[in-house]
Design a binder for this molecule. Structure first.
Ligand SMILES: C=CC1=C(C)c2cc3[nH]c(cc4nc(cc5[nH]c(cc1n2)c(C)c5CCC(=O)O)C(CCC(=O)O)=C4C)c(C)c3C=C
Ligand SMILES: [Fe+2]
Ligand SMILES: [Fe+2]
Length: 339
């Protein structure tokens, strides 16, 4: 028997927390500034010593970029649901994953901004979750994305007396569930186009090139995803290109750059392209603005005639089958034990 003043112990449950990068709370400069300050102060994202970087960040970047970024966010904001596409889609993914796995408690968090990892981990704990599977929705591992999620979860657990047991979804860049979901979705989207692309361009978010030499597997993971996707689509090497987008700062980033690729294709006689972004689990500013708006303009300006952006897996059937398959596999042994 517990004494009457014993702290309440909830029934043990399993929690699943899906995590994506995060967005500002509103497409307004002051709000974007707060988000960028948190994001770009993460020392895994910008690997310049803080003494050098913080004056540049606070003195220059946070005085110039927020207004520009806010205008770009405004151009892609989901007006109907009053939120950023990334947060809307991640919330939908969590809802559908919950429906697919009714015996566990599913929630979602954003690495930067809201809903925060500390807030949602506290909620899972309050709901009685003694075992938590964290799913960073980055198929390709990078220190700037996957590792920062684990850092943050670790920082939260550091202050807990009674910590939940933890599992983390490994990178799934070459997982057959992921590759077949991408191929199935891309095939369906291309079948609905009114043209046949000469080339499919797979665009991945860039990383500073030095991270490759420092041992970050991101570049290799991206290349492997691209090759497996090309093979799954049954496209030859001539009909497929891989590129990296969203360069930030003055250093060299992984190449080839997406904008340069789109500029040069029409000169090679390639005037019809479909661009896919396999590294993004959900459409966001980097896909909806940088590819679907800017990329299209760049390509047409260079002489292209047909351009299609193929949406991310988002909360579609193929993507949700993949997510529930990955989650079920990572939860093996936990669910069966009656927790
Ligand atoms: C999918 C993988 C991603 C990697 C790798 C990545 C690395 C990385 N990003 C920046 C700088 C910025 N990224 C921004 C937005 C953004 N980045 C990702 C994903 C990856 N980033 C996503 C999903 C998003 C979209 C957020 C949204 O709300 O829609 C931004 C903010 C937007 C802007 O102001 O341009 C910045 C800045 C760096 C420096 C980096 C690697 C070191
Ligand atoms: Fe980014
Ligand atoms: Fe590589």
């Amino acid at each position: 028997m517990q004494p009457a003043d014993h702290p309440r112990i909830a029934d043990a449950r399993i929690g699943v927390l899906i995590v994506n990068l995060g967005s500002p709370d509103a497409p307004e400069a002051s709000v974007v500034k707060r988000y960028l300050k948190e994001f770009l102060s993460d020392r895994r994202v910008v690997e310049i010593p803080a003494l050098l970087w913080q004056p540049i960040l606070r003195g220059i970047i946070l005085n110039t970029r927020p207004a520009k970024s806010a205008a770009l966010y405004a151009s892609i904001w989901d007006r109907e649901r009053g939120d950023s596409p990334l947060r809307v889609i991640t919330g939908d993914q969590a809802g559908l994953l919950q429906a697919a796995l009714p015996d566990v408690t599913v929630d979602f968090a954003m690495r930067y901004g809201n809903p925060s990892i500390p807030e949602r981990l506290a909620a899972l704990k309050a709901a009685g979750c003694t075992r938590i599977l964290v799913m960073p929705l980055y198929p390709q591992y990078s220190a700037a994305t996957t590792a920062t999620v684990v850092d943050k979860v670790g920082a939260v657990l550091k202050d807990m007396r009674w910590q939940p047991a933890l599992r983390v979804l490994p990178p799934y860049h070459d997982d057959p569930l992921y590759i077949s979901a991408l191929a199935q979705d891309a095939r369906a989207e291309m079948a609905a186009l009114d043209f046949t692309p000469d080339v499919v361009v797979a665009s991945f978010h860039g990383m500073p090139e030095r991270t490759l030499h420092l041992g970050d597997p991101y570049h290799c993971h991206a290349q492997k995803t691209a090759r497996l996707l090309r093979e799954a689509l049954g496209v030859g090497e001539a009909g497929f290109r891989t590129a990296f987008q969203s360069r930030f700062g003055k250093a060299e980033w992984l190449k080839p750059y997406l904008d340069k690729t789109l500029q040069s294709l029409p000169g090679e006689g390639i005037r019809k392209v479909a661009v896919i972004a396999p590294g993004f689990s959900a459409d966001c500013i980097e896909t909806l603005e940088e590819i679907a708006i800017q990329g299209r303009e760049t390509f047409f300006h260079a002489g292209g005639t047909h351009f299609a952006y193929l949406r991310c897996l988002n909360a579609g059937t193929a993507g949700m089958q993949m997510l529930s398959g990955l989650a079920a596999r990572e939860l093996a042994g936990w669910r069966e034990s009656g927790h």
